[in-house]
Design a protein around this ligand. Structure first.
Ligand SMILES: [Zn+2]
Length: 103
């Protein structure tokens, strides 16, 4: 799965960037900043280097927050349990696809 350097959600241009220091200090491996339209990812947590798969799942998790925020659905945006469950399954679906259906 590719993680884009930028993307558009509801007409807003979001950046995706690495910041291994600042968010790691706060024991996070990802966060989204709605005011600056930025998704921030870390390659490490406090104890270990994140796997490619883990980083992809964190990206999808943060994208979950961005999309529900754009839709004004605060309850969904803040549901961390559902965010983890949904994005785990989404990650599996996106990465297990085989072949290509021509459009
Ligand atoms: Zn979250």
């Amino acid at each position: 799965m590719k993680i884009p350097a930028s993307l558009k959600v509801a007409g807003k241009n979001y950046k995706v960037k690495w910041d291994n220091g600042r968010i790691q200090e706060r024991s996070l491996i990802g966060e989204c900043d709605y005011s600056s339209c930025t998704i921030v990812l870390s390659r490490n947590d406090k104890h270990s280097v994140q796997t490619k798969e883990s980083i992809e799942q964190v990206y999808l998790h943060e994208l979950w927050h961005v999309i529900w925020d754009a839709l004004g659905e605060r309850k969904m945006k803040c549901d961390e349990r559902l965010a983890d469950s949904f994005t785990c399954l989404l990650h599996q679906a996106l990465n297990s696809g085989k072949g290509e259906l021509k459009i």
